[in-house]
Write a protein that binds this ligand. Structure first.
Ligand code: NAD
Ligand code: GLY
Length: 365
């Protein structure tokens, strides 16, 4: 097991990464203060991993809530189901919530924990690659609104993150790819050596080679933990973690939540952001090709879906948390391994990127 620490003073917490961790009752128990525990999962993950989790929680008064599965359920209505269950079971303010699932369950459960009785503790047990490398770490919680992705939420840190890499064995192929998108993101925005490593090791990651996956998860979490420790509430450097996301969120909202996976939309978004960075003369054509090739090798989309017109895309992109005083700001690349958040780009170059999307880059993977 590898243990990383996210340093946030009194709210610091460990991130445990390794095989067999779901059965480690000692890990769970050391982060639970009261007697009551509620495990929140969904109809896909619960049959796979709920029993194992409950077995490790024998000493607690344990309740479970199994939610429907899908991004389309990351809503206020579903959040309310968690509150209903907590109130029906008369859970007090010492209850610990446990999020057992992917990023949807993690974001929903974290937001419920942030707001139930003005805040109760919670633990993240991420079971997708995407959740293990990104969403379970850093305390962003929330739900979608029909008009915009992740528009309602709170910063609220978990007591610990337990990433059991064995759970990735049951992950569908497409979900593995979605996680790879966020892994590639770290290489692009701040870790050039990791990008080089990913080029050399992508095939092993696709083949789910366990030590290679564990290394990629650990290095991703280390990158994320460093950024969050520096800027927990996204007043600066944390915004760079949203590389590709302004484009990606527009795709997710525009197509309807769940049509493309979050990671797929981010992958296309990163290709578009790299394309714009190239049009602005910031990255070379060789670097653009390297970026797009790696994303395509991960079997991810490298272009926007044709059904979204440029006008609609632009309209959707302006519903973004990085918009300031009505001005669109984007995370763009200065080179592989260096990103900036900027509103300082020619709008016509952005239109060109959207218009040309797909024509100068390899076909949709
Ligand atoms: P997800 O939670 O929808 O999980 C993907 C699918 O895999 C679901 O069908 C799920 O039931 C299934 N699944 C989960 N674990 C499994 C396993 N071990 N075996 C088999 N199937 C399994 O999607 P995701 O990609 O994990 O997360 C995407 C969400 O995370 C989006 O809502 C996104 O906005 C959010 N997100 C949040 C942050 C953050 O910082 N909070 C960061 C990135 C993404
Ligand atoms: N996934 C972006 C962040 O956590 O800030």
């Amino acid at each position: 097991m590898q243990t990383l620490k996210l340093e946030l003073g009194a709210r610091s917490y460990p991130i445990y990464i390794g095989g067999g961790l779901l059965s480690r009752s000692d890990l769970l128990a050391s982060h639970i203060g009261g007697k009551q525990v509620m495990v929140v999962s969904n109809v896909t993950v619960a049959p796979l991993y709920l029993d194992q989790t409950l077995a490790a929680l024998k000493e607690f008064e344990c309740y479970t809530l199994v939610l429907p599965d899908g991004e389309q359920y990351k809503t206020l209505d579903t959040l309310n189901l968690i509150f209903d269950a907590l109130l029906q079971k008369r859970c007090d303010r010492h209850v610990t919530l446990i999020a057992l699932g992917g990023g949807v369950i993690g974001d929903l459960t974290g937001f419920a924990a942030a707001t139930y009785q003005r805040g109760v503790p919670y633990i993240q047990i991420p079971t997708t690659l995407l959740a293990q490398v990104d969403s379970s770490v850093g305390g962003k919680t929330g739900v979608n609104h029909p008009l915009g992705k992740n528009m309602i939420g709170a910063f609220y840190q978990p007591r610990c993150v337990i990433a059991d890499t064995d759970t990735l064995r049951t992950l569908p192929e497409r979900e593995l790819g979605a996680g790879l998108a966020e892994i590639i993101k770290y290489g692009l925005i701040r870790d050039r050596a990791f990008f080089d490593w990913l080029e050399a090791n992508l095939d092993k990651l696709l083949a789910r080679d366990a030590p290679t996956l564990a290394y990629a998860i650990e290095r991703s979490c280390r990158n994320k933990a460093e950024v969050v420790a520096e800027d927990e509430r996204e007043s600066g450097v944390r915004a760079l973690l949203n590389f590709g996301h302004t484009f990606g969120h527009a795709i997710e909202t525009g197509l309807g939540y769940g049509a493309w996976l979050h990671g797929e939309a981010v992958a296309a978004g990163m290709s578009l952001a790299a394309d714009l960075s190239h049009r602005l003369g910031w990255i070379t054509s060789a670097d653009l090709q390297r970026i797009v090739r790696l994303i395509a090798r991960a079997r991810l989309p490298v272009a926007a879906p044709a059904v979204l017109s440029v006008e609609r895309f632009m309209e959707l992109m302006t519903v973004d948390k990085k918009v300031q005083a009505g001005k669109l700001r984007l995370v763009l690349l200065k080179s592989i391994g260096e990103a900036v958040l900027t509103g300082d780009f020619a709008a016509d170059k952005l239109i060109e990127t959207l218009r040309q999307s797909g024509s100068n880059i390899p076909a949709h993977a």
